[in-house]
Design a protein around this ligand. Structure first.
Ligand code: KIV
Ligand code: ZN
Length: 511
């Protein structure tokens, strides 16, 4: 087999990053982006975790047609049936069931004997097969499990009908040579290994998730589980963009193909960063702002003479736009629609297009050069406006001057009724947030406030993420504007709208 299956778990393991919770609508948006990128399998969530998680998996299953949609389940009947139910309407659905196999997990967490674990795993796979032929089994903490035991359980679950065997390095403990040895050992020793695809799922606690995954691929694994921007529990998972681009760039070593449309990588990275509020560090491989920037004179000179002197990939191939200035205030509706289509955004109705185009014209008046990043923020803003069902920001006036305490006046529409308040604060953003909270009285705690400039220059739009919590529920809000105080107020209002909605779902970590 010369195909490497890309299994994306941004919506499941990625969501387990503390604070990265996503709404159903946000999950569907990311899933559609992953589908456009031609990801093979999209793990959409953990349906038993909460009614909201169930609904999110179901919504992704309905929306996605070209990728397999997967739901996670512990090796227990109720979990498996919930996952099967959530995936019922998927064009292609996979149930992914797991149980821990390391001595420490079996003894201390499960309090089960190894033979009982095998029995439970077999029952789980058989139960999952009642829902679908596409069943994946994961041996949780396989990275610290005994190879003999892994061989026994793998043989048993393949015989019970598992088509994919996933070997997670759950705690990110392995090193590449050792992990490759485990994968090779399994493939060579399990008698029915040829009936399943071997997969890996590596965590990044020692910064080795990508290296371990790729070592496993060289040892015979044909599915890699990964996430956009390397998001995931604790230090994260192997990053999709690094796996895909390594396999492609070093085809001479791997001799494998992924089906990924790599030009969608940067737009997907931006979308995930924006929705989760986890910004990408500038020096991050492939998707960091500096990933293709040459600073040293010697490097610049080399690249100008012959690009491949210092570049092993083309920025355009991963979705960085070669033509940085894409639009301006004289650009027409058609050019606007075409550019957004190239960025993977299409409009359901002419009205939506007209609305977005009107916003674009407003932005182009304030900002002469409108870049891809601005266009994406514009579309996000439209989604956010639609998300703000109960509260809308109508008016904001902030006064900030040297030697004076900043103060803000805010008017909101709350369930259709106009309400205003004023407040003073430590700075203009603080004053605005206090005025908003004075109106809404939500009693939330602010966990994170972060501002990023979308492009360079002082006329750049500021993209703000706000994370708030109430009663154990954590939500993110976003806002973008050329005025960062307005962007901040929009982000805060967006987060509070989510808080005011009925508790759709608990964060998966609370399970
Ligand atoms: O890290 C892990 O072991 C997991 C499994 C549930 C696949 O996320
Ligand atoms: Zn994991």
């Amino acid at each position: 087999m010369n195909k490497l299956i890309i299994f994306d778990t941004t919506l499941r393991d990625g969501e387990q990053s503390p604070g990265a919770s996503m709404t159903k609508e946000e999950k569907v948006r990311i899933a559609k982006m992953l589908e456009r990128m031609r990801v093979d399998v999209i793990e959409a969530g953990f349906p038993i975790a909460s009614p909201g998680d169930f609904e999110a998996v179901r919504a992704v299953a309905r929306a996605v047609k070209d990728s397999v949609v997967c739901g996670l389940a512990r090796a227990a009947d109720a979990d498996i049936d919930r996952a099967g139910e959530a995936l019922k309407e998927a064009a292609a659905g996979r149930v992914h069931t797991f149980i821990a196999t390391s001595p420490i997990h079996m003894r201390m967490k499960l309090r089960m004997e190894p033979d009982q674990v095998i029995e439970r795993a077999v029952e789980a796979v058989r139960r999952a097969r009642r829902w679908t032929d596409d069943v994946e089994f994961s041996a949780e903490d396989a990275g610290r499990s005994e190879l003999d035991f892994l061989c026994r359980i793998t043989e048993a679950v393949i015989a019970a009908g598992a088509r994919t065997i996933n070997i997670p390095d759950t705690v990110g403990y392995n090193v590449p040579e050792q992990f490759a040895h485990t994968i090779r050992g399994l493939i060579e020793r399990v008698p029915n290994a040829d009936k399943a695809i071997f997969s890996v799922h590596c965590h990044n606690d020692l910064g080795l998730a990508v290296a371990n995954s790729l070592a496993a691929v060289l040892a015979g694994a044909r599915q890699v589980e990964c996430t956009i921007n390397g998001l995931g529990e604790r230090a994260g998972n192997a990053s999709l963009e690094e796996i895909v681009m390594t396999v492609r760039t070093r085809h001479d070593v791997f001799q494998l193909e992924t089906g990924i449309d790599t030009t969608q990588i940067v737009p997907a990275s931006r979308l995930v960063a924006n929705i989760t509020g986890f910004p990408v560090q500038p020096n991050k491989a492939i998707v960091g702002a500096n990933a293709f920037a040459h600073e040293s004179g010697i490097h610049q000179d080399g690249v100008l003479k012959h690009r491949e002197t210092y570049e092993i990939m083309r920025a355009e191939d991963v979705g960085w736009s070669a033509n940085r200035m894409v639009m301006g205030k004289h650009s027409g509706r058609n050019a606007f629609r075409t550019r957004l289509e190239e960025l993977g955004v299409s409009f359901a109705t002419e009205e939506e297009l007209n609305d977005a185009f009107a916003r674009f014209k407003e932005l182009a008046d304030k900002k002469h050069e409108v870049y891809d990043e601005d266009l994406q923020a514009l579309v996000t803003d439209a989604y956010l406006a639609a998300e703000n069902e109960r509260v809308k920001l109508l008016y904001l006036r902030v006064c900030s001057e040297t030697g004076e305490t900043p103060n803000a006046q805010v008017t909101l529409a709350v369930d259709g009724e106009e309400r205003s308040a004023a407040a003073a604060g430590g700075g203009p953003v603080d004053a605005s947030f206090k005025a908003i909270e004075r109106i809404l009285q939500t009693g939330t705690d602010l966990l994170l406030y972060s501002v990023n400039n979308i492009t360079s220059g002082t006329d750049s739009q500021g993209e703000v993420t706000v994370r708030v919590s109430k009663g154990g529920r954590i939500v993110n809000g976003q806002g973008a504007d050329t005025d960062i105080v307005i962007a901040s107020a929009k982000a805060y209002v967006n987060a509070l709208n989510k808080v005011l909605q009925p508790a759709e779902r608990a964060h998966p970590q609370l399970l």
